[in-house]
Design a protein around this ligand. Structure first.
Ligand code: 8X3
Length: 257
């Protein structure tokens, strides 16, 4: 049996690490002993978190990066010969309109960030993940990657794309020392996910979680990611669906109103 990968000097790269699930995951992996590279578009946010974690004694670096910018991603990848863990977290939702009236540009942008962003950095870092001799690609997709709901089609389509990327990559690289883990969270309450989706409309964003006693937190998801990547090397958590107890499906949510 292969031992659990020991973090030691092993590097974990987290995308979208400026807030929410990405920031919480960067924190957990640093606490687990990885050297963590925090990437996100927002330089100030990612640098502030890196400074805080460094202050706490962790080994972290901030690297401002837009995963949809392939040239920047390729440049980023040249800095590494070996990487142990890549956490694909960058992405998000824009809009919650029906198919009949949703904006094609929102669909395009969601496909670009969730799917092409994940494709870009996964392709660019795959050689370094393989060279580590024991690499892990994590894709933080969503329950929206597994089933649809009204008003969700653009996001659901993008998340299905990300799910297919993870499933196909796993088939294609079997036999190499890299595993592909997909974590699919349901309702997670973070500062920004719903607010971004509703373009800053705090009232609409709050309705998403209205009456739900305990939606998942970013820490709940980060805990799960950290657990999955620290399993022994031969154990692959292919796909893990994570929901709050109050949510039975994408559209069946218990609300106390
Ligand atoms: C977030 C879950 O239900 O808003 O990825 O699509 S949902």
């Amino acid at each position: 049996m292969s031992a659990a990968p020991t973090p030691g000097n092993r590097i974990a790269v987290v995308t979208g690490a400026s807030g929410g699930i990405g920031a919480a995951t960067a924190r957990k992996l640093a606490e687990a002993g990885y050297r963590v590279v925090l990437t996100a578009r927002r330089k100030d946010r990612v640098e502030a978190l890196a400074a805080e974690l460094t202050e706490a004694g962790h080994r972290v670096t901030a690297y401002p990066l837009d995963v949809t910018d392939r040239a920047a991603v390729d440049e980023f990848a040249t800095a590494f010969q070996k990487i142990a863990v890549l956490v694909n977290n960058a992405g998000g939702a824009l809009g919650a309109d029906p198919v009949a009236s949703s904006a094609p540009d929102d669909w395009r942008r969601m496909y670009e960030t969730n799917v092409i962003g994940t494709l870009n950095i996964t392709q660019a870092l795959l050689p370094a993940l393989t060279a580590s001799g024991d690499g892990t690609v994590v894709v933080i997709s969503s329950t929206a990657g597994l089933a649809t709901y009204e008003g969700g089609a653009g996001y659901v389509a993008a998340k299905h794309g990300e799910h297919v990327l993870a499933e196909t990559l796993r088939l294609e690289i079997v036999g190499t020392p890299v595993r592909v883990i997909e974590i699919a969270p349901g309702m997670v309450k973070t500062d920004e996910f719903a607010l971004t989706r509703f373009r800053g409309d705090a009232e609409k964003a709050a309705k998403v979680y209205a009456g739900v006693a305990e939606p998942l937190t970013a820490d709940d998801v980060a805990d799960t990611v950290s657990w999955a990547v620290t399993r022994p090397s031969h154990v692959n958590v292919d796909l893990l669906v994570l929901r709050p107890r109050a949510q039975a499906s994408n559209s069946k949510v218990h609300r106390e109103l």
